[in-house]
Design a protein around this ligand. Structure first.
Ligand code: PLP
Length: 428
């Protein structure tokens, strides 16, 4: 594959955009080389500025669960755009998508729309703090909840200490209210709760983690968190920005039959337009302005184009009884194929998968948290990434990312991918 025009476009972009990109992972820093500039996409494929066709396993980092340029979404956006692109006033469409989302997701009465997953998670913790009248939150190392200050925190000096900022610009004052726990380690969470009795407003978690590769919750972990939260007056927040409307109609709450107190959404819920949302039972949601004291707002929140895209997407998912089974089957097929060829080529690896989220880690040991995810061999990953790219298969340019499977992928695409992996892994 030739990426001449992409390289030129990147050089131009670097002059006027920091690092040439509007979100850091796009810059290929973890794998080297220069990013590919996309011209268009349809179904399971990306078409870049050099005329290459790539099978896409990123799918805009999750939203395109039904494939790119999915017609019902595109048509809905075009029709709405003709009627005006933003009003800053209520529309019937907002109630329609809210009612549909509330009917699809268990255990929520009301939902509020925002413009990104970051905003959804930021607003959810403000709401949790206002509702519980407590300041601290617990998050898990390796879980990503967007780039708002409270989440850009790394481990402090000891297990029970406060977090410290992991980006300049996040203040120590903010960091002290975020406690960091290990994913899948209930004892660790118990210790933090004991050491901060009556001070913790919320535990926020990617109930199936997708930002350190795909990491499933171990048996009993989410149930244990639920019990700890209930016993200690802490709100349990499931960040379903990745998993919502992807792993099941009702997300992880439905998949594992566990109730969260607040749920956040993004990605799929916007059908590829900038949308996030947070939802909870009525008692909690009524704490938000204008009904309650917790302030939250947005000029473009509930934007008609974004709502039209989201509604078309949710309707498609709601009306297709087989969608989640098909996604599961395709991803399981891919996982089995990858497993077979990597074993045949004597590669050391672990595959993690839940539904249509999958990741390949170049380490023999189980990958269950951030520490074990970090043990993966990044040099092998780099060869894997660039080798696949050269074969026309685009996976995320970072070993810490999940692949997102779309229903637009055919079994021929999956076989093509498995063959490409076979070829590339022979060169390791
Ligand atoms: N939460 C999770 C689980 C995510 O994966 C992401 C983004 O990848 C976010 C929150 C932030 O969403 P956004 O990038 O839309 O702000």
């Amino acid at each position: 594959m030739i990426y001449k025009r992409s390289s030129q476009l990147f050089a131009e972009a670097e002059k006027v955009i920091p690092g040439g990109v509007n979100s850091p992972v796009r810059a290929f820093k973890a794998v080297g080389g220069t990013p590919i500039f996309v011209k268009s996409a349809k179904g399971a494929y990306l078409y870049d500025e050099d005329g290459n066709k790539l099978i896409d396993y990123i799918n805009s980092w999750g939203p395109m669960v039904l494939g790119h340029a999915y017609e019902p979404v595109v048509d809905a956006v075009i029709e709405k755009a003709k009627l005006g692109t933003s009003f800053g006033m209520p529309t019937e469409l907002e109630t329609e998508i809210a009612a549909l989302a509330v009917s699809m997701v268990p255990n929520i009465d009301k939902i509020r729309f925002v413009n990104s997953g970051t905003e959804a998670c930021m607003s959810a913790i403000r709401l949790a703090r206002g509702f519980t009248k407590r300041d601290k939150i617990i998050k898990f190392a390796g879980c990503y909840h967007g780039h708002s200050d409270s989440f850009l925190i790394q481990a402090g000096s000891g297990a029970v200490t406060f977090g410290s900022p992991n980006s300049p610009g996040v203040t120590e004052g903010t960091a002290k209210d975020t406690l960091l726990a290990q994913y899948n380690d209930l004892e660790n969470v118990k210790t933090l709760i004991e050491a901060n009795k009556g001070e913790i407003a919320a535990i926020i978690i990617e109930a199936v983690a997708g930002n350190m590769g795909c990491i499933p919750p171990q048996k009993g972990f989410l149930e244990g968190l639920r019990e700890l939260c209930t016993a200690n007056g802490i709100l349990l927040i499931f960040d379903e920005v990745m998993t919502g409307f992807r792993l099941a109609k009702g997300g992880v709450q439905e998949l594992f039959n566990i109730n969260a107190d607040i749920v956040t959404f993004g990605k799929v819920i916007g059908g590829g337009l900038p949308v996030g949302a947070f939802a909870a039972r009525e008692e909690i949601m009524n704490y938000l302005a204008p009904l309650g004291p917790v302030y939250q707002a947005g000029t473009l929140s509930g934007n008609p184009l974004a709502m039209a895209a989201g509604l078309a997407m949710l309707q498609s998912l709601n009306n297709d009884a087989g969608i989640f089974t098909r996604l599961e089957e395709k991803t399981a097929y891919l996982a089995a194929g990858i497993d077979k060829v990597l074993k045949a080529n004597n590669v050391v690896f672990t595959i993690n998968r839940v539904g249509s989220m999958i990741s390949v880690h170049f380490d023999a040991n189980p990958v269950t948290d951030f520490q074990t995810a970090a043990k993966g061999d990044n040099e092998t990953f780099k060869k894997f990434f660039h080798g696949l790219l050269n074969e026309g298969v685009y996976i995320a340019p970072s070993a810490y990312e999940t692949w997102f499977i779309t229903d637009a992928l055919t079994y021929e695409d999956l076989d093509f991918t498995i063959n490409a992996i076979d070829k590339v892994s022979k060169t390791f």
